[in-house]
Design a protein around this ligand. Structure first.
Ligand SMILES: Cc1cc2nc3c(=O)[nH]c(=O)nc-3n(C[C@H](O)[C@H](O)[C@H](O)COP(=O)(O)OP(=O)(O)OC[C@H]3O[C@@H](n4cnc5c(N)ncnc54)[C@H](O)[C@@H]3O)c2cc1C
Ligand code: FES
Length: 366
């Protein structure tokens, strides 16, 4: 027994010494000087080594999607690192599939730039721009969701596909000691290239949402970059659209429906919007009016925690219940889902059980 305790203490001590030496080495040798960064075998940059690939790219004004601010918890910041990235770290592997590992995919927030490095990123990321926007309007949609209308600087425009998102930077403020970037879906119409509207839900203790809900005011400037994302309106077909959202997941759906209205798109669509109580619903009249203006559109709001005291004669239960009731088949249909992961998971299962193929289900989960 005594031997086991001594061995355990010895192993722990040796590990601690190693960890200390590694940290020390990284700090002292950590000055990697200037190194070459080659992107897509085409663009070459001389950068200062020592930072993560993600922040090195940001310094060069190349923005990679990241929803967790580089903490290694969202898995959004994937890029291909063909050489110079060092071994894949244990913090990356949970986010990488076998196929991705084989094709050099890495999490750019975890991979450090220490030597000449060659990477590959989608060309569209070169179109991602940074803007210093001004808060033009701010409005409470519910007790916990604010609508923000941001105006881009004079003469600047953003082109995005309905459904895509931007990243907003929350600066250092009392209670937050670091700048953080968070993803927010664009709610406004893609036709307005000089403004961006967002619906931002309050997360208690959340860095970005506390900033937006408690510090940001009309007239303030905010740093945003974008657009990003593979969740957007598919304009290459005329399939009926099954739209499903809960909470702030309504934002990209709002943008998609605005686009269909403005472009007078002749396409059938059904929108299932889930909330808990009547006070969590917003834009009800707007979506009801769309039933008259859009080609063939039905809005189906459903409440999961409605009681007798609530004045509600609409659908009850989760969005899945409404889908079960109204969606009879999935023939010539495609689905757009946006909301929290459990909702996405269960709606996906329902849709697949009704015969909808994986590749016809588009989703953004947050
Ligand atoms: C593609 C994409 C689009 C998004 N679009 C929107 C949008 O349109 N509107 C919107 O409001 N948000 C959206 N989000 C979520 C947003 O990016 C932030 O994650 C969210 O606002 C919380 O940020 P925070 O800095 O306030 O919280 P953090 O400081 O990141 O988190 C604080 C704590 O709260 C937890 N937490 C984080 N989010 C939630 C949550 N939703 N519920 C409960 N606990 C949580 C964290 O795990 C952490 O413990 C989107 C995310 C992605 C990936
Ligand atoms: S930025 Fe979130 S995992 Fe890298």
């Amino acid at each position: 027994m005594k031997e086991i305790i001594i061995t355990t203490i010895a192993v722990t001590a040796i590990s601690a010494v190693f960890a200390f030496l590694l940290t020390l080495a990284d700090r002292t040798i950590g000055d990697y000087g200037e190194v070459k960064l080659l992107i897509n075998n085409d663009k070459e940059f001389t950068v200062r080594g020592g930072s993560s690939l993600l922040s090195t790219l940001i310094d060069e004004k190349i923005f990679i999607p990241s929803a967790c601010g580089g903490k290694g918890t969202c898995g959004y910041c994937k890029v291909k690192v063909h050489s110079g990235g060092g071994p894949v770290l244990p913090t990356e592997t949970p986010f990488l599939t076998e196929k991705e590992l084989k094709s050099d995919v890495r999490l750019s927030c975890q991979c450090k730039v220490k030597q000449e490095i060659s990477i590959e990123i989608p060309e569209e990321l070169f179109n991602v721009k940074e803007y210093i926007a001004t808060v033009e309007e701010m409005e409470n949609m519910t007790d916990v969701i604010k609508r923000l209308k941001l105006k881009l600087p004079e003469g600047e425009e953003i082109s995005f596909k309905p459904g895509q998102f931007i990243q907003l930077m929350a600066p250092i403020y009392d209670g937050n000691d670091e700048e953080v970037y968070r993803a927010y879906s664009i709610a406004s119409s893609a036709a307005d290239k000089t403004h961006i509207e967002l619906f931002i839900g309050y997360v208690p203790g959340g860095k970005a949402t506390t900033y937006v809900h408690q510090h940001l005011k009309v007239g303030d400037e905010v740093r945003i970059n974008g657009p990003y994302g593979h969740f957007y309106y598919q304009d290459d077909n005329d399939r009926e659209m099954i739209l499903v959202a809960v909470g702030t997941g309504i934002a990209p759906i709002f943008s998609i429906l605005n686009h269909m209205k403005e472009e007078n798109i002749q396409r059938k669509a059904r929108f299932y919007f889930g909330a808990k109580t009547p006070s969590d619903l917003f834009l009800l009249d707007y979506f009801k009016d769309l039933e008259d203006t859009l080609y063939d559109f039905k809005f189906i709001p459903t409440l999961s925690r409605v009681t007798e005291g609530h004045n509600w004669d609409g659908e009850r239960g989760r969005v899945n219940n409404a889908l079960d009731k109204y969606l009879t088949d999935t023939e010539h249909k495609e689905a757009y889902l946006c909301g929290n992961p459990p909702m996405i998971q269960s709606v996906m299962e329902s849709l697949k059980a009704k015969g909808l193929k994986d590749e016809l289900i588009y989703f953004d989960e947050f």
